[in-house]
Design a protein around this ligand. Sequence first.
Ligand code: SAM
Length: 214
Amino acid sequence: MKYDRWRKRMVDDQIVGRGITDMAAIAAMERVPRHLFVPDALVDSAYGDHPLPIGEGQTISQPYIIAEMTQALHLDEHDRVLEIGTGSGYQAAVLAEIVFRVYTIERNKTLFHKTRKLFDDLKYYNIVTKYGDGTQGWPGESPFDAIIVTAGGENIPQPLIDQLGMGGRLVMPVGGAMIQELILLEKNVRGVSVSSLGGCRFVKLIGRHGWQED
Ligand code: SAM
């Protein structure tokens, strides 16, 4: 099938070819049918080297950035991961191929309902969805082994740092409204350490601990 071929080429050229070495991330991206996570009119562009619009002014990220963020989380099969910004559901599906359970929060009602149905249709039973402001995290399910924020803010929301377990990893685009740096925060007994994985460009994280709505 052509999508299987295009997916294999995407992984070879854009993921492995650009230096991603995390076998779990690579295997997950070989499996998840990305073309089912984009609007019908864009299915033939799903495996291209770029983000795509998914409606509601939002985007599905470029395949490489999905792989880079997934790799940075150093995931284990027993992990419970929180994602902020469900969007198309593609990143959550990649995580769900690797870990025990994914909790994902979306603030846009249309995307929330559409993607929840897609998870059901594709039988991603280990993804738990929530409609709401992800900058406040999901206190009732914390602590998390890893947290991934797929929208950009000026700072890492404090509730997310608080809800990260000991030894936990968090990745998030941090910076201005147009351009950010991908930040990796790690929590250990000595406190938190922060490093940069390089520049990136994400839509705005909007919420109580993020940007205000336009
Ligand atoms: N992970 C997504 C994917 O795989 O398609 C990327 C989605 S897009 C880059 C970012 C998403 O974050 C949008 O769907 C947007 O509505 C959502 N978002 C922005 N602020 C949010 C917040 N405070 N809580 C939850 N979702 C938020």
